[in-house]
Design a protein around this ligand. Structure first.
Ligand code: F6R
Length: 609
């Protein structure tokens, strides 16, 4: 989703802005631009293309300046084009970059046209720059103008604003969309996330909702939503400056798939005490709040939602606790009945997903016992607004398709159901067994990664396929769903997942020799059931690809290709079986020549509805 970078310094900031844009590329975008102030001049360059295209344009027409803003745009209002790319400028006086959606832009636009503004783009952003320009004409002060203009905006925004009339000043405003300030020595920066600025600083201030910041080389003054000066804490990022490197892998996604043993290991670090899970990993107040909990409600989107679906199986089978899982964009617009002893859990890699955040905001006023965020980004909006937080330690995830964030979310959820289950009669033997399995997990994932070579060879068979079915049962049904999501998002092959028992209720009609069917088969009490489902596929000529473990014996059959992971215990099977499915999607996408790390139309951090 759109990325913002801004800087005010005593040196030329154009290189800092370009490096920031490169580091934000992972978020997904379709056009890019920057504007700088040089003396009293405002200069802008925009392209309908990638940051590299912008860099080429910069070589042709170099821009230099000590104050500047830059942007990668993910189209919402208006197609990707130079005219719609940011920064937007009004009458050479105000330039802005914007992330978010202005909901009342139609009415503002009509009023502005009536006032004589001529629109250059189809974006909602243009009403913001015009509004600031009008207020600036009234007040003659950029900060006052931003106060006045933002009062008129409905919707979500992160804004960076500059004016040649006030060189050396950068105004930042945040409501709903994320924005951080980077603190340098005699220079300051803004960005959509810390990754963009790691090459210039490790010190950050996370703006709160409604904040407006007045930023110069000399300092940063922050005003809260009541326009009172406030102090926000400065955090030191633990991320290293080359975090965004690929470490020799061809794609970030592959690197991140292979990082999973480390990511799981780090997520488990410090989680055990005398062979039990230490519940303070969910926050100091966790013990007291969990004592009340008799049910779980999980809300999330996409891959994170799939993690929630796995947790439901765990919660009800291992911990005897009722668990309901819902897509955030549905939950937030529906009237739901809340039982007061229910723990509200959000799951999110980014912690900035607009729907999940809105669901949490709704839940906070709906009578839940407490809220817990399972999140990979410290200081994200979700973590700041939740009572309890579990930070997964996957490390920055750059590939748009979520991989290591998902498996670490599963780790967190298995620990959560275990500590809740303890209160509801789970035996200490069961807990000890789960702890043992979690400790084995990095090793189990490492052996699943050994299938990479085989999967690479197998994947060539799918280059010309247009559809695929994924089947699973029980705990592995959400994993089949996740496998299908991975395939469709990065290879653009249409893939659907079904509970294997549902085949005969409809999807079996799709099965013929052109339809690859991936089945994820665990060595558990559902084994014979899913074997019968495989026969149903075989009898219709379907091409079967079975992912299972070495404990499962399948009759030798030339029509079935089998991939086996080393023996894996039932409770951690969903985590281990995820890995080969990620590799299948990855290799198919690479063979198809797709842009694996930045699939078309998708964004990493979905900060708009
Ligand atoms: C798919 C994927 C998305 C995200 C979804 C929620 O690979 O990454 O489906 O899972 O957009 O994002 P977060 O987890 O950041 O809330």
């Amino acid at each position: 989703m759109c990325g913002i970078v801004g800087a005010v310094a005593e040196r030329d900031v154009s290189k800092i802005l370009m490096e920031g844009l490169r580091r934000l590329e992972y978020r997904g975008y379709d056009s890019a631009g920057l504007a700088v102030l040089e003396g009293n001049g405002l200069h802008r360059l925009r392209v309908a293309g990638k940051v590299n295209d912008l860099a080429d344009s910069l070589k042709q027409s170099p821009l230099k300046g000590t104050t500047g803003i830059a942007h990668t745009r993910w189209a919402t209002h208006g197609k990707p084009s130079v005219e719609n790319a940011h920064p937007h400028i009004c009458k050479d006086q105000i330039a802005i970059v914007h992330n978010g959606i202005i909901e009342n832009y139609e009415s503002l636009k009509q009023a502005q046209i009536a006032n004589g503004h001529a629109f250059q783009s189809e974006t909602d952003t243009e009403v913001v720059v015009n509004q600031i320009y009008d207020s600036f004409s009234d007040t003659g002060n950029l900060l006052e103008a931003v106060f006045a203009a933002t009062d008129k905006l409905d919707g979500a925004y992160a804004l960076g604003i500059i004016s040649p009339s006030e060189p050396g000043r950068l105004i930042a405003a945040r409501r709903g969309s994320p924005l951080v300030i980077g603190i340098g020595i005699g220079e300051h920066f803004i960005a959509s996330d810390v990754l963009a600025l790691l090459s210039v600083t490790q010190k950050f201030i996370f703006l709160a909702d409604g904040d407006i910041a007045d930023i110069t080389c000399d300092g940063v003054v922050i005003y809260d939503e009541n326009r009172k000066v406030v102090k926000r804490p400065v955090s030191i990022s633990e991320l290293s400056h080359d975090v965004a490197g690929k470490s020799g892998y061809r794609h970030y996604m592959l690197k991140e798939i292979f990082e999973q043993p480390r990511a799981v290991h780090d997520t488990l670090a410090g989680a055990f005490n005398n062979g039990r899970i230490d519940e303070t990993v969910f926050g100091q107040k966790a013990g007291k709040l969990f004592d009340r909990v008799k049910a779980i409600k999980i809300v999330a989107c996409g891959t994170s939602y799939h993690a929630g679906l796995v947790a439901r199986y765990w919660a009800e089978s291992i911990a005897n606790i009722p668990c309901d899982v819902e897509i955030a964009s549905e939950f937030r617009y529906r009237k739901s009945v809340v039982h007061p002893d229910t723990l509200f859990v959000t799951i999110s890699q980014s912690g900035e997903t607009a729907d999940t955040l809105a669901a949490l905001q709704l839940a906070r006023h709906s009578g839940f016992a407490a809220s817990l965020a399972i999140c990979n980004v410290p200081e994200s909006s979700l973590t700041r607004e939740s009572d309890l937080v579990f930070l997964t330690r996957a490390g920055a995830e750059i590939g748009v398709a979520s991989t290591k964030a998902f498996t670490t979310q599963l780790v967190a959820l298995l620990m959560l159901v275990t500590v809740l289950g303890r209160r509801l009669g789970m035996t200490s033997e069961t807990e000890a067994a789960i702890v043992g399995q979690l400790q084995q997990l990095p090793g189990r994932i490492n052996s699943a990664l050994e299938l990479d070579g085989k999967i690479n060879l197998l994947s060539k068979q799918f280059i010309n396929k247009h559809h695929a079915l994924y089947l699973g049962r029980g705990l592995l049904l959400p994993i089949a769903m996740e496998g299908a999501l991975k395939l469709k998002e990065i290879s653009y092959i249409h893939a659907e997942a079904y509970a294997a028992g549902e085949l005969k209720h409809g999807p079996l009609a799709l099965v013929d020799e052109d339809m690859p069917v991936f089945a994820v088969v665990a060595n558990n009490e559902l084994l014979e059931k899913i074997k019968s489902n495989l026969q149903e596929v075989k009898a219709r000529g379907g091409r079967l690809y079975v992912l299972t473990d070495t404990g499962v014996q399948l009759e030798k059959d030339d029509d079935i290709q089998v991939l086996k992971v080393a023996h894996v215990e039932d409770s951690i099977a969903p985590i281990v079986f995820t890995v080969p499915l990620q590799l299948i999607a990855y290799h198919i996408a690479v063979f198809k020549g797709a842009d694996v790390d930045q699939p078309r139309n998708l964004a990493k951090s979905v900060t708009v509805e």
